[in-house]
Design a protein around this ligand. Structure first.
Ligand code: ADP
Length: 484
């Protein structure tokens, strides 16, 4: 079925504007997480393909894309954005089949991709340097320049959104990009290549090499011709990418996930909070770097939150992505086993509520039961480790100080949210909590394309999204001119 909707050669690499077989003619098999069935083959790219891609990107920097006017770069990005919207149903279906996301989630990912390209397309001719007051005989100014060839190593959980925020910003700045999608889910990344070509993006400005992390990913992150690496994925792989990059002193942004808390105070509007508390944990079957897996609840509100969240969990239906239920499968058998391991690790905790697997029982997909635990030990493994599955824990706290200590008690610091109607408390906590993004009386601000995003601690470093990403994908050159 998938073959009929793929309008591009999904088993090839996209290099220098052409669809090319992998140099070693080896392939990776893709499976549908909703039923475990074989889907199609993608290229198993290696160093040889990465070398070709780097050469094509370098050529593009010195010719077509590097010479394009900023306004024209923006126009092409906006054209890509329009083509994404034109193809939205196809893209959403491909993503749902490939990644296992419920259709509505895939659709909102495609909309986000279009919106990133619109945002960065609009920004590409609005980035400028500054003049700097210096000695009276000098004119000093700074120029914001592209970095050159940028590598984008991305995971399988939100391919379209991550492509949008990272490739969109990098292209807008005038860099040439090499994208290494995850081996588990590559198809919308390849579709993005086809759309870029149709929109008239010059050859070599975008190159896409599917492949395994330890082959294509490693070759890309250690390549001398790469000037910057944007990596999104696990902490463990992030450390490897950073080590490879260090050998060439290549800059990086690392977005490595988290253990993001929501802090629920007695004085909050609990009816408003409940859907956010749950959605932030189970969206994309919990496979979200900014998933909120810890719900910290002030003691007096605990029984009410337990009841209301428990009620929401009972309504969660797990099933095939194309059935568009609340929760789809996780990406792979491997991920399912990891999540089951965490459920086992929580066997000493009280289960407050679960979702229903009824809609998935005739399927051979990789389904996990959404589970809400009570946990009064903030050092428990379920309260400390990123799970990447539909599991949340409630942790009680006494007062503000207790809440801050628990919120800051993991090695991560990506996102946090504060549920309280007390303005002074909101401000105190926004300062005190260690995270790259703080939300007050919401979670995620509905996507927040415009909002800088990234972590501290084991959540990584550097910022993507918003205007800030344009700074990550560029560098300042200072010019000091003596005029006597
Ligand atoms: P996951 O998100 O499945 O936990 P990773 O963080 O390992 O996995 O994967 C994120 C991306 O990093 C994927 O595109 C993967 O292929 C890539 N990758 C994995 N290992 C390496 C490596 N050693 N060097 C560079 N990239 C890698």
């Amino acid at each position: 079925m998938i073959k009929e909707i793929l309008w591009f050669p999904s088993n090839k690499c996209f290099i220098d504007g052409n669809w090319i077989e992998p140099q070693n003619k080896k392939y990776i098999q893709l499976y549908n997480p909703s039923n475990g069935e074989f889907l199609t083959e993608i290229s198993r790219g290696t160093k040889a393909d990465i070398n070709l891609a780097v050469r094509a990107a370098e050529k593009s920097i010195y010719s077509n894309w590097g010479k394009a006017e900023a306004v024209d770069r923006g126009r092409i990005l906006r054209k890509m954005s329009n083509l994404i919207l034109k193809n939205i149903d196809k893209l959403a279906l491909i993503e749902s089949i490939d990644v296992g996301k419920p259709l509505d989630q895939s659709k909102s990912d495609a909309i986000a991709l279009a919106r990133y390209l619109e945002f960065y397309g609009g920004a590409s001719d609005k980035i400028h340097g500054t003049t700097i007051p210096f000695k009276k005989d000098f004119l000093v100014y700074s120029i914001r320049e592209p970095l050159g060839v940028t590598a984008h190593i991305i995971p399988w959980n939100y391919p379209m959104q991550i492509i949008g925020r990272s490739i969109g910003a990098s292209l807008a700045m005038g860099n040439a990009c090499i994208l290494k999608p995850a081996e588990e889910a590559c198809l919308t990344a390849l579709a993005f290549g086809a759309i870029a070509k149709e929109a008239g993006l010059p050859d070599g400005a975008l190159n896409i090499i599917p492949g395994y992390g330890k082959e294509a990913g490693k070759a890309l992150s250690s390549h001398q011709g790469v000037n910057f690496i944007s990596f999104t994925g696990s902490f463990r792989t992030g450390t490897k990418v950073q080590a490879s990059a260090a050998k060439n002193v290549t800059g990086t942004t690392l977005e490595l996930g988290g253990k993001s808390p929501q802090l629920v105070f007695n004085d909050c509007n609990i009816e408003r909070a409940i859907p956010f508390l749950v959605k932030a944990g189970i969206q994309n079957a919990g496979q979200t770097c900014s998933a909120s897996s810890r719900i910290l609840v002030q003691e007096e509100l605990l029984s009410r939150v337990t009841y209301l969240m428990g009620h929401e969990y009972k309504k969660l239906r797990v099933g095939p992505a194309i059935k568009n239920l609340e929760v789809g499968p996780v990406i792979s058998k491997k991920q399912q086993t990891i999540v089951e391991g965490y459920l086992e690790a929580g066997s000493d905790l009280q289960i407050l509520s679960t979702g229903s697997l009824n809609n998935s029982k005739d399927e051979n997909g990789f389904y996990c039961t959404p589970t809400l635990f009570m946990c009064d030990d903030p050092s428990h493994i379920l309260a400390q480790e990123e799970i990447f599955g539909p599991i949340q824990i409630l942790i009680p706290f006494k007062d503000e100080e207790d809440a801050i200590n628990i919120a800051n008690s993991t090695n991560y610091g990506l996102v946090a949210s504060i549920w309280s109607e007390n303005g002074a408390r909101q401000m105190r906590l926004a300062k005190a909590i260690k995270a790259g993004q703080i939300f007050i009386n919401n979670y995620g601000a509905g996507g927040g394309i415009e909002l800088p995003f990234g972590g501290i601690g084991r959540s990584g470093h550097g910022r993507e999204k918003g205007y800030e990403a344009l700074f990550s994908f560029s560098q300042i050159k200072t010019v000091a001119s003596f005029h006597g």
